[in-house]
Design a protein around this ligand. Structure first.
Ligand code: CDP
Length: 216
């Protein structure tokens, strides 16, 4: 039996993947999973408990007890929460605790869009449409800087570029589900694209995948 029409959108911070994923979800009338928010919430809740980010047992307990209601906290969208997320995301038991919830999106009969780092490689390797969205670090830093200053966070562009470099290294270099392009994912480099241009390019890639899936 063919799998549901699931779209995975992976890539590094501020590559445009979040916006692209939500537009694709709207196009297809399906739910989107922002998996980064799960890791942000685990990191944020663990820090709020005053626990060490390397306390794997405590981090796993937070991940196991995570509820959907907890995800709406705006504190999880901050720069600091992104850093906390990538620190707890290296722990295998934390990733395992979040697996089932993520996999359930991948099994929805109506399809779904999954946004993250390992959606196409680990969570939903069977997805019929996969994108790996990237951009040069300097371009991503500028986008993230605009987003955070727009939210009222007083950050400098240099600090954000440093965060992005550090996070790329940690996410790509970790042993557990490192960020990487799935063999069957289409690479979309958005460095020279506006977000509308990037979303259109993503739409065309997904339409081609959808036509193949319908014929299969
Ligand atoms: O929005 P941004 O790309 O900055 O971050 P995010 O997607 O919210 O993810 C925050 C962090 O969570 C990443 O840097 C990863 O370390 C981790 N993450 C992960 O390990 N696996 C995922 N599927 C999603 C996020």
């Amino acid at each position: 039996m063919k799998p549901p029409f699931v779209i995975t959108v992976d890539g590094p911070a501020a590559s445009g993947k979040g916006t692209i994923a939500s537009r694709l979800a709207a196009d297809h009338g399906v739910q989107m999973l922002d998996s980064g928010l799960l890791y942000r919430a685990v990191g944020g809740l663990l820090a709020a408990e005053g626990k060490d980010l390397d306390d794997v047992e405590a981090a796993t307990a937070v991940a196991e007890g995570l509820t959907v209601e907890q995800l709406s906290n705006p504190a999880f969208r901050t720069r600091a929460a992104g850093e906390l997320a990538s620190r707890v995301a290296v722990h295998v038991p934390v990733r395992n605790a979040l697996f089932r919830l993520q996999k359930s999106f991948c099994l929805r009969p109506e399809g779904a869009v999954l946004d993250g780092r390992d959606m196409g490689t680990v969570i939903c390797p069977e997805a019929p449409a996969k994108l790996f969205v990237t951009a040069r670090p300097e371009v991503r830093a500028e986008r993230r800087w605009k987003q955070l200053t727009g939210q009222g966070e007083p950050v400098t562009l240099e600090d954000i570029l440093e965060d992005i470099r550090k996070r790329d290294e940690r996410d790509g270099g970790r042993a557990a589900s490192p960020m990487r392009q799935a063999d069957d994912a289409v690479l979309l480099d958005t460095s020279e694209m506006t977000i509308d241009h990037a979303a259109d390019a993503a739409r065309r890639i997904v339409e081609a995948a959808r036509a193949r899936w319908e014929r299969s």
